[in-house]
Design a protein around this ligand. Sequence first.
Ligand code: PLP
Ligand code: COI
Length: 341
Amino acid sequence: MEKKSIDWGNIGFGYMQTDRRYVSFFKDGAWDDGVLTEDANIVLNECAGVLQYAQTIFEGLKAYTTEDGHIVAFRPDLNAERMEASAKRLEMPVFPKERFVEAVTKVVEANAAYVPPYGSGATLYIRPYMFGFNPVIGVKPADVYQFRIFCTPVGPYFKGGVKPLTIRVSDFDRAAPHGTGNIKAGLNYAMSLHAIVTAHEEGYDENMYLDPGTRMKVEETGGANFLFVTGDGKVVTPKSDSILPSITRRSLVHVAKEYLGLEVEEREVYLEEVKDFAECGLCGTAAVISPVGKIVDHGKEICLPSGMTQMGPVTKKLYDTLTGIQMGRIEAPEGWIHVIQ
Ligand code: PLP
Ligand code: COI
C-alpha cells in the first residue's frame, strides 16, 4: 500500500479529509447494513434533532503502524461500550459492539494510505459518532439516526509535543452533578468552548475543571483525565461520577500496576493536595500522556517538581510503556490490540 505524500512529522491535530468513511442509518427501529462512501458531506433537514437539541455523541480512538508493519487499533471494543452508555443516556439507539469494531476496521482498511508510518510521530485518529437526523421541534429524541466513522491523520494534540503544559483552574464547570460528564456527548464540549478560548487567550494550554458539586476536587480537563504521581512514586487518579471514563487512563492504571509494579490509587483528589504531587499528566487518546508543569489557581502557581522542560520520570515510564504496547514494541495484554492489516 503506497502511503499518501504527507509530511507526517509536521502535522498537527487537525482534520484532513481522507478517502472513505462509514455510514449507517437507523430507521423504523433498525440499523441498515451500512456502507463505505466517498462523500464527506452530510445533507440535513433544517430542523434535524442534532441541530436543535444537540442530540449527538462521539468516540475517539487511534490506529497505529506497529514496528513490524501491521496496522492496529487500540481497544476499539471499549469505545463501542462507552458509546453504548452515551447512547442510552441521550435516548439514542445502540450501535452494536461487533458492528462498531467491524466498521472501524473497514474505515481504517479503506484509508490505509493515510495511516502514518511507524516512527513518524503521527497516528490515524478515528472518529465514530451518531446524531439525531430527522426533524424534531418538540423536545424529544429523534427517530432516525446516522452513525458515521471518519478518520484523519494527526500529530500531537498539544503544540510543542511533550513540552510540559501550563493549565489553569477554571471558574466554569464542564459537567453538572448527576449530569452528562461521564458520557461522550457533544454538548459537554460545547460547554467547554468559552472556557478553552479564554484559557488560550490568557496563555494557558487547558483548564482544570473541579467537581461541580463542591468545587473542591479535581475532575479532568476539557479533553483528558488527570494522572498524578506522589513523591514516593505512587500513581493517583481522580475518581468521580462526572468525568469521562478514559480508556487511556484505565489502560495506564493497568500498565502502572502490572507492568511497572507501581501502587495506584483511584480516589477523590482535592485541589488542596495538588501542591504535594511530584508529577502531573493529562491522559487521553488525543493527549496520550501530556505532562503538566504548572497549574495556576487564581494567581497562585503550583509548580510541579518535574518542571517545565521534560516529563517526570514516572510519567515517562508510563508513556513509554503504553506507546510501546500500542506500537507493538511491548507485548500487550490479551485483547488490547485489534489487528486490522
Ligand atoms: N476526558 C475527556 C473529557 C475526553 O474528551 C477524553 C477523550 O476522549 C478523555 C477524557 C480521554 O478518554 P480516552 O482515553 O478514552 O480517549
Ligand atoms: C480524544 O482524545 O479522543 C478526544 O475526544 C479528545 C478531544 C477533545 C479531541
